[in-house]
Design a protein around this ligand. Structure first.
Ligand code: ZN
Length: 215
């Protein structure tokens, strides 16, 4: 199968040449914690947490953006094949796998009461995620420009941090006014959010130039 794969500490980038598409995959290794007096996680609850996060991330991130690609100097046959097949831009899908040994990210899933004040967070440097179960539900959010939403999805936002994208809802962000962005208080992926993946793609297939506009 004609794949070109790059395994990074933060995920796997897979170019499927004959389909003209890209898959990004992360392996998540869970640790399960509970806020007393809640009962321990049941298997169904664990599955529901993972599947809901995976579905929310897929819904926001997959097939939303095509990554422009063109031929650079000295393309090889694979590069020419990909560019010809995809018509100048490549779709990308995002998939989260629940694994039973350490993977790209260590996820501490904490069972909480609805309305708990705990806030989920990600460290790209240590590749850890802390996710509170109440964050599966849509929540209210406000940015420093005074914009508000009551339909904010935490898991797809936190996923952005796992590929090293910064928050955009705070004063000082050049994207504070883009309230619809998933890294702000909205639900849309922007090309700039794919910078790390694009940088990786540009080291995978000599003669292919991938771009993610800064806008
Ligand atoms: Zn954030």
């Amino acid at each position: 199968m004609p794949h070109v794969v790059s395994n990074q500490p933060w995920g796997t980038v897979d170019i499927v040449l004959h389909e003209g598409r890209i898959f990004f995959q992360q392996d998540w290794f869970y640790e399960w914690q509970v806020r007393p007096p809640l009962a321990p996680w049941s298997t169904d609850e664990k599955r529901n947490l993972h599947n809901t996060m995976d579905r929310q991330i897929w819904g926001v991130w997959s097939n939303r953006i095509r990554i422009p690609v063109r031929l650079g100097p000295s393309p090889d046959a694979r590069a020419r094949d990909l560019v010809a097949r995809c018509g100048g831009s490549v779709p990308i899908n995002f998939d989260i796998h629940w694994v039973l040994r350490p993977g790209h990210y260590r996820v501490t899933a904490v069972k909480t009461h609805p309305g708990s004040a705990d806030r989920s967070e990600v460290s790209f440097d240590t590749r850890t995620i802390t996710f509170y179960s109440h964050d599966l539900a849509p929540s209210g959010a406000q940015n420093d420009a005074g914009r508000q939403t009551n339909n904010f999805r935490t898991a797809p936002h936190e996923f952005g941090h796992t590929i090293n994208v910064d928050d955009e809802y705070m004063r000082g962000s050049p994207h504070l006014n883009d309230a619809q962005s998933i890294m702000n208080i909205g639900g849309r992926v922007r090309p700039r959010h794919l910078q790390l993946i694009v940088t990786t793609l540009n080291n995978m297939l000599p003669g292919c130039v991938f771009t993610a506009p800064a806008a």
